[in-house]
Design a protein around this ligand. Structure first.
Ligand SMILES: Nc1ncnc2c1ncn2[C@@H]1O[C@H](COP(=O)(O)OP(=O)(O)OP(=O)(O)O)[C@@H](O)[C@H]1O
Ligand SMILES: [Mg+2]
Length: 317
């Protein structure tokens, strides 16, 4: 079980980028993390990996994995202590794969770090796990010889080399066409179930979340504004921002693309307005939203934040 409690990530001598974020992911569960560009999704995931760049620090809160505090452990410390096994895949596999090394060499490198006693069949086994056909042959390929979908599968295989308890996927399918995207999402679901792995799936695409995730966390300006099971969140969002995001979805019934957008732009870290950070763009906002503190979560358990005038008062059963 991954537990993130009141996580704060800040630029040194600068603003907070992630502000008081809390969530949990159980084994075998997929949590979708959605929010506009710049809302802090990638910073949250890099913090969980222990991979924040120099000059950016975790300045509050805690990250625990199966009860072990991994908040300030870097990847090599996690390997040495055999704890905190969180792996990550990114949007563009070509930037993470080494173009001059065969797939076999790249897999073996990862296996050597995490599983030095594994036999030579482990690389093949990992490719089989991600359903790469003809794995024996593909082991000798170079990345450019594979399609985008196959490269993403290789990245997943490399991520699985550490036998992660949690897999973070940061927009892993945005660069793929729709059919291949669906296959990769299916694979992630399958691995999550069969390996009892928690998955944090980051995306702009609420359609993907609806298809894949068990639960959703919606991020705005570094904070979570709503957290819920997928069904209730799509049927009956509580926070006006979630409501706005859903209104931007294309409508499959009418076949129409959505033209609605939430007016304005999300604030940048360091320039976050007083009161509710969404209030300048919110059509429900009143004076109290712009000045006073936002209300703490109360009432329905699913509502994390923190809205004076939620779209609905109660989460439906
Ligand atoms: N090195 C840095 N120094 C200062 N601010 C940074 C740095 N890197 C990122 N930021 C800021 O942190 C905020 C959160 O960035 P992050 O990459 O987490 O957003 P995101 O939600 O992943 O967006 P996207 O959907 O575009 O990937 C952004 O406003 C960004 O400008
Ligand atoms: Mg990002």
């Amino acid at each position: 079980m991954l537990s993130v409690e009141n996580l704060v990530v800040s630029v040194r001598r600068g603003p907070e980028i992630v502000r008081d974020v809390s969530f949990e992911i159980a084994p075998g569960e997929i949590l979708g993390l959605v929010g506009e560009s710049g809302s802090g999704k990638s910073m949250t995931s890099l913090a969980l990996m222990g991979l924040l760049s120099p000059g950016i620090d975790i300045t509050g809160g805690a990250v625990r994995l199966d009860g072990t505090d991994i908040t300030h452990l870097q990847p090599h410390q996690r390997v040495a202590r055999n704890c905190g096994k969180v792996a990550m895949i990114f949007q563009e596999p070509m930037t993470s794969l080494n173009p001059v090394l065969r797939i076999r060499e790249q897999l073996e490198e990862a296996i050597n770090v995490h599983d030095p006693r594994a036999g030579p069949e482990r690389a093949r086994e990992l490719l089989d796990m991600v359903r790469i056909p003809d794995a024996g042959h593909q082991l000798n390929a170079y990345p450019h010889e594979l399609s985008g979908g196959m490269r993403q599968r290789v990245m997943i295989a490399i991520a699985l080399a550490c036998r992660p308890q949690v897999l973070i996927a940061d927009e892993p399918t945005t660069a793929l066409d729709v059919t291949v995207q669906r296959q990769v999402l299916g694979l992630i679901r399958e691995l999550c179930d069969s390996l009892h792995m928690g998955v944090l799936f980051i995306t702009h695409d609420l359609g993907v979340v609806a298809q894949l995730a068990d639960r959703v966390a919606v991020m705005y300006a570094g904070k979570l504004c709503e957290r819920a099971d997928v069904g209730p969140l799509f049927r009956a969002p509580l926070h006006p921002y979630t409501n706005g995001l859903l209104a931007c979805l294309p409508d499959p019934e009418s076949g129409n693309a959505a033209f609605e957008t939430i007016p304005g732009a999300a604030p940048r870290p360091g320039a976050i307005p007083e009161g509710c950070p969404f209030s300048p763009r919110c059509n429900r906002a009143q004076e109290t939203c712009r000045s006073g503190p936002v209300p703490e979560a109360h009432g329905p358990e699913r509502q994390v934040a923190v809205c004076h005038f939620p779209v609905r008062q109660e989460a439906p059963a």
